[in-house]
Design a binder for this molecule. Structure first.
Ligand code: SF4
Ligand code: SF4
Length: 63
């Protein structure tokens, strides 16, 4: 099963919580990146980032 990871940029503050909570190291962030990105096809749909994002900026659904 594959999952679509989608960022709602207008909600994202770049706080980094999603980067910290993804146990599978799917989410990438760096000083050079204004927003987090997910490595394509690596997300397993655990929903941890969706639950923990304080600004409701992530949507994950089945591809
Ligand atoms: S936790 Fe939410 S607001 Fe914070 S960087 Fe991730 S997507 Fe953006
Ligand atoms: S749903 Fe789970 S595996 Fe996918 S990016 Fe979020 S925390 Fe990582």
């Amino acid at each position: 099963m594959t999952w679509n990871w989608k960022l709602i940029e207008s909600n994202c503050t770049g706080c980094g919580v999603c980067f910290d909570v993804c146990s599978y190291k799917v989410i990438l962030m760096s000083r050079e990146m204004p927003y987090p990105e997910a490595i394509p096809d690596k997300c397993n749909g655990c929903m941890e980032c969706v639950k923990e994002c304080p600004f409701d900026a992530i949507e994950v659904d089945e591809a």
